[in-house]
Design a protein around this ligand. Structure first.
Ligand code: PLP
Length: 385
């Protein structure tokens, strides 16, 4: 008999994205449209800053919350970009990616039985963290509301057990974001209820069109909103592992304790690279966005011509077309698309059951791959009808 391990961990499944992408090794010629990270290299000056940090032996622990110089620069970025006012000494923690930030944050605020409202389809990284804290996820269905959270529906889910509402706009997997009118309606509900708001805005710099608006801006919620961010997507730095959590001092001191005991501090050469990114490379995401917009427009128009229902995404680098009319589950559809046509896209069911009936296509890949991918998808669809 094996020695028993934590039953909560045992019950957790590997993510649906990983389950699906594990199959890819058997299809080396497939066009891979499952990628969840930018296809650009980290910009040269950022890499150099990391290299210089190592050369100069900046390889010791920093303050648990990260170098003050970096936190000060992060504060000035959020001030300049979104008019948000966070105190670098007490309200900002640099984490090992947004992932560790979310983990530290939820471990600091959740108790057994607490409910977290999660608009879905949603990024698969949230639910396991919440469950491991003994919390329960309550889904807010967005599958029939254009992937926008419906304020009335949101309000109907808030109970005495609700501890937090977790939002992610621009969204992984849908690419949809909230404009200021929609956000105001949602904020009007949130303002009425004493719950934490956790806003994962890791794709905020990859919002196209209108300027990104953040829920952290609403004065009435400032004292209970946590903003989770990072450089993985904005500066193509997924492997450097740099994230930020910003929030009210009275709660952040507790988040810092969790972060301190699970990480001590974020990787130090990466903190130096992050300093360069936040201080001198703020223009980088806009340059990448120009490319993403071209690709998004291409994929959107091809899907539309194929007669597929799809919402035009306004951010991130994902598009989430409906495959419902083909009468298969999203897993079946994605598996057949891979096996029969050599195109890999993530089944929508990997993003909770509210993603069923859709597939996620990432356009963080070359135009050549997108063209070939769309040609193959078109042929595959023709073969079904
Ligand atoms: C919505 C969302 N949040 C968080 C993360 C994790 O980001 P990080 O690399 O900073 O841990 C991802 C990564 O795909 C994501 O899509």
């Amino acid at each position: 008999m094996p020695i028993s391990i934590n039953s909560q961990i045992e019950a957790i499944q590997i993510s649906g994205i990983r389950q699906f992408s594990n199959q890819l090794v058997d299809f080396p010629d497939a066009i891979n449209l499952t990628i969840g990270q930018p296809d650009f290299p980290t910009p040269e000056p950022i890499k150099q800053a990391g290299i210089e940090a190592i050369r100069h032996n900046h390889t010791n622990y920093t303050h648990n919350a990260g170098m003050l110089e970096l936190r000060t620069e992060i504060a000035s970025f959020f001030q300049d970009t979104y008019e948000l006012n966070f105190e670098p000494k007490t309200e900002i923690i640099v984490t090992n990616g947004a992932s560790e930030g979310l983990d530290s944050l939820f471990r600091a605020i959740l108790e057994k039985g607490d409910e977290v409202i999660l608009p879905a389809p949603a990024y698969p990284g949230y639910e396991p963290i919440i469950k491991l804290c003994g919390g329960k996820v309550v889904y807010l269905d967005m599958s029939d509301t254009g992937f926008q959270p419906d304020p009335t529906r949101l309000e109907s889910l808030i109970t005495d057990r609700t501890k937090a509402v977790l939002m992610n706009f621009p969204s992984n997997p849908t690419g949809v974001t909230m404009d200021s009118t929609q956000l105001e309606k949602v904020a009007a509900v949130l303002e009425k209820h004493e719950v934490f708001v956790v806003t994962d805005e890791i794709y905020s710099e990859n919002a196209y069109g209108d300027k990104h608006v953040t829920v952290a801006h609403f004065e009435k919620m400032r004292n209970r909103t946590f903003l989770v961010h990072g450089l993985s997507k904005s500066h193509s730095m997924t492997g450097w592992r740099i994230g930020f959590v910003l929030g009210p001092e009275m709660y952040m001191k507790h988040v810092l304790k969790v972060h301190q005991y699970n990480a001590i501090c974020a990787s130090v050469p990466s903190q130096y690279a992050a300093l360069e990114a936040v201080k001198n490379q703020r223009h980088v995401p806009a340059e990448m966005n120009k490319e993403y917009v071209k690709r998004r427009d291409f994929v959107y128009s091809r899907l539309t011509v194929m007669g597929i229902d799809v919402i035009l995404p306004k951010g991130a680098f994902y598009i989430f077309p409906s495959i419902e009319k083909f009468g298969m589950t999203s897993f079946e559809f994605a598996t057949r698309l891979l096996r029969e046509a050599g195109v890999a896209a993530v089944p929508g069911s990997a993003f909770t059951r509210y993603g069923e009936g859709f597939i996620r296509i990432s356009y963080a890949c070359s135009m050549k791959d997108l063209e070939e991918g769309m040609n193959r998808l078109e042929k595959f669809i023709q073969s079904l009808t």
